[in-house]
Write a protein that binds this ligand. Structure first.
Ligand code: ATP
Ligand code: FE
Length: 325
């Protein structure tokens, strides 16, 4: 079995995965959403302190499995430096104490592998990653062959939901709150501009849309918020669909996946289903409980890394806060 630790942002999570079967034997996550909500976003210093409290508590519950552990895995990149270090330090301590090797896992590959929890992998795969820190399209051939096709030049898809929610005083995270509000709203009432419509460039941008929404919020009353939320969700999604459609002209999809926290968005899922229909492409989605950060996805990557002998040493394992994918 492999014990895996996740602390890249505001969720403290530990999993135990069986190597031979991919079975998730144990998974526990303590989310800090409530603590950060009053600030309208994640406060790194507070997140680090909460990880230091939560991770050892979860680890204690894993004690019955200690004798069966063959490796300890940990998210080392990307994420907040002060929170990543909490997980990495704990993983190193476990590695020394139990004399087992370390595996250094990339969080974004983790999101991709959230599709394969207790399952075999499906490759090649075109992936849309929409999370709190990233919006990118990737061509994934295998664990070690991942090519990024397009990414955001500024804010991410999920982040723009968080910021719009903050403008409306809806707390953090904003995605679920905006989705809920948008359900009752008129998607056509606010005519926000689709970002990067006139450039052929395969890239994403959400800062312009965010500012347009800010102006609309400032000029409106609370009763208009549902229409603003609906119009915003519509245009934010339309931007993704527009760029994907462009990419599909030269690279028609076969297996397509949406991953990351914001892949839980139902309007996005529906629009992507419609986009894929003419291609007869298969749409892969993670279980809703594994869209946002968790350690089960990290454990699933770790199993494949273990099988390929991809270990890290105590000296070499370090955090890389900025994404290298
Ligand atoms: P990254 O994975 O890029 O490092 P992260 O780990 O902070 O970032 P995730 O936990 O994967 O991000 O996703 C959290 C994001 O998903 C938040 O921005 C949140 O608002 C967004 N989100 C969650 N549910 C929804 C939803 N239903 N609609 C839109 N966004 C959502
Ligand atoms: Fe994440």
């Amino acid at each position: 079995m492999i014990l895996s630790i996740e602390s890249s942002c505001d969720d403290s999570a530990i999993s135990i995965t069986e190597i031979a079967t991919n079975k998730l034997v144990f998974h526990k996550k303590i989310s800090q959403e409530l603590e950060h909500s009053v600030y309208g976003g994640v406060v790194p210093e507070l997140a680090a302190r909460l990880h230091a409290e939560a991770l050892p508590k979860i680890l204690q519950q894993c004690e019955p499995y200690f004798q069966d552990l063959k490796a300890v895995a940990v998210t080392s990149s990307p994420g907040l430096a002060v929170t990543l270090i909490e997980g990495v330090t704990l993983a190193k301590a476990v590695s020394v104490a139990l004399d087992i090797p370390l595996i250094s896992v990339n969080h974004l590959i983790g999101h991709i592998y959230s599709l394969f929890i207790e399952k075999e992998t499906t490759f090649p795969l075109t992936v849309l990653l929409v999370s709190g820190g990233h919006t990118q399209v990737m061509e994934v051939q295998s664990l070690t062959d991942i090519k990024t096709i397009a990414k955001s030049m500024d804010d991410s898809f999920g982040e723009s939901f968080d910021k719009v929610a903050k403008m409306m005083g809806l707390g953090y995270p904003g995605g679920p709150a905006i989705q809920e509000l948008a359900k009752e709203g008129d998607r056509k009432r606010y005519d926000f501009t689709v970002p990067l419509l006139r450039t052929p460039k395969l890239a994403f941008s959400y800062s312009g849309l965010k500012n347009a929404v800010r102006l609309a919020v400032e000029k409106s009353q609370e009763k208009d918020y549902k229409d603003i939320a609906a119009s915003f969700e519509h245009i934010a999604t339309k931007h993704l669909v527009h760029k994907l459609k462009k990419y599909f002209q030269t690279h028609p999809p076969k297996n397509f996946a949406i991953v990351g926290g914001a892949s839980a968005n139902l309007y996005l899922r529906k629009q992507i289903e419609e986009l894929l229909a003419p291609y007869n492409a298969k749409l892969l989605l993670s279980d809703l409980q594994y869209c946002s950060d968790n350690a089960a996805m990290i454990g699933r990557v770790a199993v494949d890394m273990y099988k390929q002998g991809m270990f890290s040493s105590l000296e070499a394992l370090d955090i890389t806060p900025k994404s290298i994918i």
